[in-house]
Design a protein around this ligand. Structure first.
Ligand code: PMP
Length: 401
């Protein structure tokens, strides 16, 4: 007998569990389109050249490894807020942003969730249906109540804009509205600029609080500014808002766990108070954040040559994903004789494509074709090479019919 007899086996994580199943498959045909990590055309992991350069400079300088402050590296916090809002933005100039370094996107969201639980008890977070699977876990574990707003319309494989707006209108006043800043995960479907403006109208009208999750800045379109435009539109409306950031994808720093939580407040005084309370929550959870990734980001953003090199590499990564997206669409259109309209593949943005395959069809992709993907029908195009597009198209067409 063990005192842990009452501890049941937890189910595998729906996203990370896919990689475990992939590893166990011995077929030469196998393809891992589960986890969202960038791969080269040879399907190998990629360390950005600019990151290698920044790291070698850091090593040469022989920097020490003393603790960071609870709120993280000052140079990183400055760089990350400026990257998000733009250097000249009034929220920066007026010192109205409370920025605290977090354990990448997930840890920053979790810190924000703990803050909501403490200072807005009973307030609800509204999340899109569907959303990144971990959002629900984060709010559940932080004991923050949540419900869903309509987002994806299976009929059009597009945005259910009317449904979204009416659900935001129907939510209790002062709800937190979780929005994907760009490249919505898992659908790859973003609102247009006009739609963003209307979403902002409704949020203002209902006194809701916008809470952005920005995990793909610069990685979606190839442009840091374009991918931040939704957040900047809301900031320009004078709203208080919150933004979680991640450098996992755009700098390929997945395992370094580097990101931030930014809270835009209506006064510098409020920002100082919010920052102090975020620190108070962080201290007993993990004390202070890791330094390596923070220095990489700060050094790259702070050096014009490295910054430009980063932008080039980001465009290269975004470009490779766009080109396999095009090739997958071409292959699907050429091979499928059913007349199905595949153009939704081209309209989606970011590293994912939401295929519309249901669970049984996704199972067929894996069981028969050795294509590993999440069971909601999402495939990561970052894990696809142009050489494998035709094979994938065959698998998708077979699984649909
Ligand atoms: N939010 C969304 C929507 C994501 O897709 C991801 C990455 N899969 C994250 C947050 C956070 O990832 P990380 O913790 O690696 O930064």
């Amino acid at each position: 007998a063990s005192r842990f007899d009452g501890v049941t086996m937890a189910p595998p994580d729906p996203i990370l569990g896919v990689s475990e199943a992939f590893k166990a498959d011995n077929s030469d045909l196998k393809l891992n389109l589960g986890v969202g990590a960038y791969r080269t055309e040879e399907l190998q992991p990629y360390v950005l050249k600019v990151v290698q350069k920044a790291e070698s400079q850091m090593l040469k300088r022989g920097e020490n490894k003393e603790y960071l402050p609870i709120e993280g590296l000052a140079a990183f916090n400055k760089a990350t807020a400026e990257l998000l809002f733009g250097t000249g933005n009034p929220v920066i100039q007026e010192k109205r942003v409370a920025t605290v370094q977090g354990l990448s996107g997930t840890g920053s969201l979790r810190l924000a969730a703990a803050f909501i639980e403490r200072y807005f008890p009973g307030a609800k977070v509204l999340i899109s249906a569907p959303t990144w699977g971990n959002h629900k876990n984060i709010f559940n574990d932080a004991r923050v109540p949540w419900s869903e707003y309509r987002y994806y319309d299976p009929k059009t494989v597009g945005l259910d804009f009317e449904g979204m707006i009416s659900d935001l209108k129907a939510a209790p006043e002062g709800s937190f509205i979780l929005l994907h800043g760009c490249a919505h995960n898992p659908t790859g479907i973003d609102p247009t600029p006009d739609q963003w403006a209307k979403i902002a109208d409704v949020i203002l009208e209902k006194n809701h609080f916008p809470f952005f999750d920005v995990a793909y800045q610069g990685f979606a379109s190839g442009s840091l500014d374009e991918d931040a435009s939704s957040v900047r539109l809301f900031a320009a409306r004078g709203m208080e808002l919150m933004v979680a950031q991640s450098y996992s994808k755009n700098l390929g720093l997945y395992a370094e766990r580097i990101g931030a939580i930014n809270v835009v407040c209506s006064s510098p005084d409020a920002a100082a108070r919010v920052r102090s309370q975020l620190k108070r929550i962080a201290r007993p959870m993990y004390s202070n954040p890791p330094m390596h990734g923070a220095k990489i980001v700060a050094n790259i953003v702070g050096d014009p040559t490295l910054f430009n090199q980063w932008k080039d590499e980001m465009q290269m990564m975004a470009g490779r994903i766009k080109s396999v997206r095009q090739k997958l669409y071409d292959s699907l259109s050429a091979k499928d004789k059913s007349g199905k309209d595949w153009s939704f593949v081209l309209h989606q943005i970011g590293m994912f494509s939401f295929t519309g395959l249901n669970k049984a069809q996704s199972d067929n992709m894996t069981d028969k074709w050795h294509v590993y993907m999440t069971k909601d029908g999402r495939i990561s195009l970052a894990g696809l090479s142009s050489a494998k597009c035709e094979y994938l198209a065959d698998a998708i067409i077979d699984s649909f019919h």
